[in-house]
Design a protein around this ligand. Structure first.
Ligand SMILES: NC(=O)c1ccc[n+]([C@@H]2O[C@H](COP(=O)([O-])OP(=O)(O)OC[C@H]3O[C@@H](n4cnc5c(N)ncnc54)[C@H](OP(=O)(O)O)[C@@H]3O)[C@@H](O)[C@H]2O)c1
Length: 320
């Protein structure tokens, strides 16, 4: 099969179209003929050599796909089913395997490219904003990187669940896109200070992918009993926090990764997503935002587009 490999760690041009053996599903897994694969920021980190695949996982990048099942060793699915799946790797290829418990049915209202844009962001947002962050209807979330793949999904999921949303983004145009998706407040972090704009003690949950000096500022905007959820640390892994503020406001600081977690935990998340999120996807209240699609052979151009930072939403590899 055709697949993209990382020929060596480095810039986007190390992504090379190659021939690899078709993978064979193990017990409980399905073999998917991939129609489209989503591109995520962690793929870039893997390409740079800073995010190795978990033990036993293919070195082919790609954390999510949509396609048709061509062989099933899972009781949950049959040959011919159209699914999208969360993967630990292997999405940039004509065929991929996935545990049956990490697959979701492609809703009738979406095409394969749209479906491929869903798993990584929905699993991440459900797990972090709603489970760890315990965001509830009527509460206010601050989502940094509102125009990112994660951000555009988080805005829509929070809005669909009845929460209010504030975001940060890097241009007025991106802020307008976030408002169009349902954000109540959008702050251009290049020209405005989010603590001044929102005010202290105004937010119930912060979903943070920035880290560094954002963290103490995030703690300022959190209300009493607020939750701070870290999913990345793009500007710095270390920070200084005011411990008395954590105590006085009874703040909870948490975070998580997704890729290395056991299949059973991902399946439990999948089941919750089917119950709580998929109905919103099927009704068109949570719609994948696709910035651009590229053919498989142009994976390098697709990574350059993500690194260029002009995108709102997701970048997709169209495979068949
Ligand atoms: N822990 C997990 O389970 C998990 C899972 C998936 C992804 N992630 C992480 O989530 C993040 C988003 O992933 P993605 O695939 O959606 O990537 P993406 O689309 O490239 O998003 C990155 C975003 O960061 C924004 N940003 C950069 N600096 C900022 C700043 N100082 N303030 C506010 N926003 C800023 C960018 O906005 P501008 O262009 O406007 O600057 C861009 O929208 C990545 O860091 C990824 O590693 C974590």
């Amino acid at each position: 099969m055709k697949a993209i490999e990382i020929s060596e760690f480095g810039s986007a041009d190390v992504l090379t179209l190659t021939e690899r053996p078709q993978p064979a599903p193990k017990d409980g897994e399905v073999l998917i003929k991939v129609h489209a694969a989503g591109i995520n920021r962690p793929d870039i980190v893997q390409r740079l050599g800073k995010y190795p695949p978990p033990p036993g996982v293919t070195d082919i990048p790609g954390l999510e796909v949509a396609g048709e099942i061509v062989e099933s060793l899972s009781e949950q699915w049959q040959k011919g089913d159209k699914i999208c799946a969360l993967l630990a790797g292997g999405g940039y290829a004509e065929y991929a395997t996935a545990p049956g418990g990490q697959c979701l049915p492609v809703p009738d209202n979406l095409d394969m490219a749209q479906a491929a844009a869903l798993p990584e962001t929905i699993f991440t947002v459900w797990n972090n904003l709603f489970k760890r962050g315990a965001l509830k209807a009527g509460q206010v979330a601050l989502i940094h990187g509102g125009s990112s793949g994660i951000g555009t999904t988080a805005i829509q999921m929070a809005e669909a669940m009845g929460a209010k949303v504030a975001v940060t983004a890097g241009s007025d145009k991106k802020c307008a896109s976030c408002r169009d998706l349902g954000a109540d407040t959008a702050i251009n972090y290049k020209t405005q200070d989010f603590v001044e704009e929102l005010g202290e003690n105004s937010i119930d949950v912060v979903l943070d992918m920035i880290g560094g000096d954002y963290v103490p500022r995030n703690l300022k905007v959190l209300k009493t009993d607020g939750r701070h959820v870290s999913i990345a640390f793009m500007t710095g892994a270390k920070t200084e926090i005011n411990i008395p503020m954590v105590m006085q406001k009874r703040l909870i600081l948490t975070g998580s990764t997704l890729r290395p977690r056991p299949v059973e935990e991902k399946e439990a998340l999948r089941d919750e997503i089917l119950e709580h999120v998929w109905p919103h996807v099927e009704k068109g209240r949570v719609v994948p935002v696709i910035y651009k699609s590229f053919p498989l052979g142009q994976a390098a151009e697709a990574h350059l587009a993500l690194e260029g930072g002009e995108h709102v939403g997701k970048i997709i590899l169209q495979i068949t």
